[in-house]
Design a protein around this ligand. Structure first.
Ligand code: 5AD
Ligand code: SF4
Length: 467
C-alpha cells in the first residue's frame, strides 16, 4: 500500500511539473469539454480525464462552441458508436477554423483498434492528441508534446502498472460513485471487440479498492457501483486470489456506504456464494444484471458464451429462490450470424419465462477482427429489424407488468436530481434500479427517502414521498 501512495505522490508531482511547463511556455486556451460515448467504464474514465484537466488549470465548459480543448472518449462496441465519433470529428473541423487555438484529443476503445485509429489519423487532420484506454495519466505529457512539436501526439501503449488507478475523478455525483475493480476481459465472445480494446483480465488489489471506497464514504458517497467487464471472475489473477463475493462482504462492512451495485456479470461465472450474498448483505441492492444475449443454445455456443439456455434458466430460478425480491435485467442481441426464426423464437420464449424487469436490446453489428464478423451467414438487415421490433413488443408489456407490481409498495429511493421531463418532480432509483418520479425539494437530492409508489408505466414509476 505504501508503494502505491508513494507512486501517487510522485505522479502528482509530475503532473504539477508538466502543468507549469505548459502554462508558462505556451499560450493555450483554457476551456475544456469532454464528450463521452459508451459504457460506465468510459463514463468513469471521463471523470478521471476531467479531474486531470481541472488539475492542469482548464475550466470545464458545457458548450462545445466555448471550448479550446475537446476530448472525445470513444466506444467501439457497435458500428453505430464509431460512426457517431466520425460525425463529431467532422463537425469539429469548422470549429477549429473559427478557433485556431482549439485542440482535439481522441481516446477510449476506438483508439485501441488499429483500423479505427488509422482511419482517424488518415481522415481527420484536426486531431492533435490520441491516447489509449490505459494512458489517461499521460495526458499532461501528451499536451506538452503536441504544443512543442506541433505534431500529432500518440500514446496507446499498454503498461503493466495501471497508473490510471491513482488518478482522482471529477465525480458526476457526490453521493454515488463508480469504482473500477478490474479491467479487460478473457472471454472472447465471438461477436465482441472488448477483449481487443481493453486487453486481458486484470484485477485491482482488494486493499486499493477498499481504501478508495472508504475515502469515498468519508466524502459523502452513499452508493457505489463496482465496475468490470466480468466481475464474477474478479480476483483470479491476483497474487493472493480472493473471490468477488469475498470482496462484497468486505465492502458491506464499510461505514457510510449504504448501497452496493455492480456491472457486469457473466452467467457462466456466477457462483452460489454470490447468490447468497444477495440474501446476506444488507447493502447489496436487489438488482442483478445478467446478460443472456440469446435464448438459443445453438447460438450461445456459436457466441462462445459457455452456457446453455437451460444452464441460464437454472441460475435464474436458483437466485430467485434465494432472494424472491431480486430484480433482473439482461442484454439481448438480435441477428447474430446464422440466427434462424427458430433461434429467435427461443429468445422470445426465454424472455417470457424469465420475465425481465428490464433489458438492453441490441442489433448485432459486425466487428472486424472478431470470429462472428468473418461469418458468411450474416442475417439481412431487414430481418434483424423486424425481429428487433417483435422482441420489444414482447419485452415492454412484461416490463410494465413487473413495474406495476410495485404499486402500493413503499420503496427507498436515492434521489438523483429533478426529473428531465418535468422540473416539478424529483427522480431517483429504488434498490431494484427502478426509476421513480415524485414531488420533492432540492434539499432531498442525494438523500435516500421513502416513497409510496402510486402508478407505473413501462420505463418508470410514480410515487409520493413519505415525509
Ligand atoms: N453487436 C451488437 N451488440 C453487441 N454487444 C457486444 N458486442 C456487440 C456487437 N458486435 C452487446 C452485448 C453486450 C453489450 C454490452 O453490448 O449484448 O452484453
Ligand atoms: Fe465482450 Fe463477452 Fe467479454 Fe462481455 S464477456 S466484454 S461480451 S467478450
Amino acid at each position: 500500500m505504501k508503494d502505491n501512495i508513494d507512486l501517487l505522490n510522485d505522479f502528482n508531482k509530475n503532473i504539477n511539473e508538466y502543468i507549469t511547463d505548459v502554462m508558462e511556455n505556451y499560450s493555450i486556451g483554457k476551456n475544456a469539454k469532454v464528450i463521452t460515448h459508451g459504457c460506465q467504464m468510459n463514463e468513469h474514465d471521463s471523470e478521471k480525464i476531467e479531474w486531470l484537466l481541472e488539475k492542469m488549470g482548464y475550466t470545464l465548459v458545457e458548450d462545445i462552441e466555448d471550448s479550446d480543448f475537446v476530448v472525445l472518449n470513444t466506444c467501439s462496441i457497435r458500428h453505430s458508436a464509431e460512426d457517431k465519433v466520425y460525425g463529431q470529428l467532422g463537425n469539429l473541423k469548422p470549429l477549429k477554423k473559427r478557433n485556431p487555438k482549439l485542440k482535439v484529443a481522441v481516446c477510449g476503445c476506438m483508439m485501441q483498434r488499429n483500423e479505427s485509429r488509422e482511419y482517424v489519423i488518415d481522415n481527420f487532420k484536426n486531431v492533435d492528441i490520441i491516447f489509449g484506454t490505459n494512458n489517461i495519466w499521460k495526458l499532461p505529457e501528451l499536451i506538452v508534446r503536441n504544443y512543442s512539436t506541433k505534431e500529432l501526439a500518440i500514446d496507446i501503449e499498454e503498461t503493466q502498472e495501471k497508473f490510471d488507478d491513482y488518478l482522482g475523478a471529477n465525480r458526476l455525483y457526490s453521493y454515488k460513485s463508480y469504482v473500477n475493480i478490474m479491467y479487460g476481459c478473457n472471454n472472447f465472445c465471438t461477436y465482441c471487440i472488448v477483449p481487443f480494446t481493453r486487453g486481458r483480465e486484470d484485477s485491482r488489489n482488494p486493499e486499493d479498492i477498499l481504501l478508495e471506497i472508504k475515502n469515498l464514504a468519508k466524502n459523502g458517497t452513499k452508493e457505489i457501483t463496482l465496475l468490470g467487464q466480468n466481475v464474477n471472475s474478479y480476483g483470479k489473477t491476483l497474487n493472493h486470489p480472493i473471490s468477488f463475493s469475498d470482496l462484497l462482504y468486505k465492502i458491506n462492512d464499510i461505514d457510510g456506504i449504504e448501497r452496493i451495485r455492480f456491472m457486469t456479470s457473466h452467467p457462466k461465472d456466477i457462483s452460489d456464494e454470490l447468490m447468497y450474498a444477495f440474501k446476506d448483505l444488507d447493502k447489496l441492492c436487489n438488482f442483478l444484471h445478467l446478460p443472456i444475449q440469446s435464448g438459443s443454445s445453438r447460438i450461445l455456443n456459436l457466441m462462445n458464451r459457455k452456457y446453455t439456455k437451460e444452464d441460464y434458466l437454472e441460475k435464474i430460478y436458483k437466485i430467485r429462490n434465494i432472494n424472491p425480491n431480486i430484480a433482473i435485467s439482461t442484454d439481448l442481441m438480435i441477428g447474430f450470424p446464422s440466427e434462424s426464426e427458430e433461434d429467435f423464437l427461443e429468445t422470445i420464449d426465454l424472455v417470457k419465462k424469465v420475465e425481465y424487469d428490464t433489458a438492453f436490446t441490441f442489433i448485432y453489428s459486425i466487428r472486424e477482427g472478431t470470429i462472428a464478423g468473418r461469418s458468411k451467414e450474416q442475417v439481412p438487415d431487414k430481418v434483424k429489424h423486424e425481429r428487433f421490433e417483435k422482441l420489444l413488443d414482447v419485452l415492454y408489456p412484461i416490463q410494465l407488468k413487473k413495474n406495476s407490481e410495485f404499486i402500493g409498495k413503499k420503496c427507498k429511493v436515492l434521489v438523483d436530481d429533478f426529473s428531465k421531463n418535468n422540473k416539478d418532480y424529483l427522480s431517483g432509483r429504488t434498490e431494484e434500479f427502478k426509476l421513480v418520479n415524485f414531488k420533492g425539494t432540492k434539499e432531498q437530492i442525494g438523500n435516500i427517502v421513502d416513497v409510496n409508489i402510486t402508478s407505473a408505466n413501462t420505463f418508470s414509476l410514480k410515487g409520493e414521498i413519505i415525509e
